[in-house]
Design a protein around this ligand. Structure first.
Ligand code: FES
Ligand code: FES
Length: 151
């Protein structure tokens, strides 16, 4: 099966039912995408599939065939940069475990809705759990990234 991951063509010849998360982490060594719950409840495994925030732990790799997968390692562009800068500037991460998933969800949100209201942010981020409770800083960073994109 052909996959496109972070703009590169990749070949996968294993079981098509294996979750995308394991193919990314084990075959392609893209370990920035984390395993949290494995049942679509925490958001640690969030990647983009065709630009949409997607839970890689419950997405069979076959569903990514022919699509564009982007992981935290492959994020690029103005929106991604604005989010990463805001995250750094506000020192958002604590332990860091959930943060690649948080950033992937935030970038997907701002790509679809460049000027989100607080309720849009809350709705988009609600499935990304943080044991360290960085939620207020995450929300602030998304607001800041949106402002910087507005110019
Ligand atoms: S590991 Fe995928 S949502 Fe928790
Ligand atoms: S920063 Fe520790 S789980 Fe979110």
């Amino acid at each position: 099966m052909r996959l496109q991951i972070n703009g590169k063509r990749m070949e996968y010849s294993g079981d098509p039912a294996v979750p995308l998360l394991w193919v990314l982490r084990e075959q392609f060594k893209l370990t920035g995408t984390k395993f949290g719950c494995g049942i679509a409840q925490c958001g640690a495994c969030t990647v983009h599939l065709n630009g949409r925030a997607t839970r890689a732990c419950v997405t069979p790799v076959s569903a990514a065939g022919g699509g564009r997968v982007v992981t935290i390692e492959g994020l690029s562009g103005d929106t991604a940069e604005a989010v990463q800068n805001a995250w750094r500037g506000l020192d958002v991460p604590q332990c860091g475990y959930c943060q690649s998933g948080q950033i992937m969800t935030a970038v997907a949100l701002l790509s679809q809705k460049p000027a989100p209201e607080d309720r849009d942010i809350d709705a988009a981020m609600t499935g990304n759990v943080c044991r360290c409770c960085t939620y207020p800083a995450i929300r602030k960073a998304i607001q800041q990234a949106a402002e910087s994109l507005e110019g």
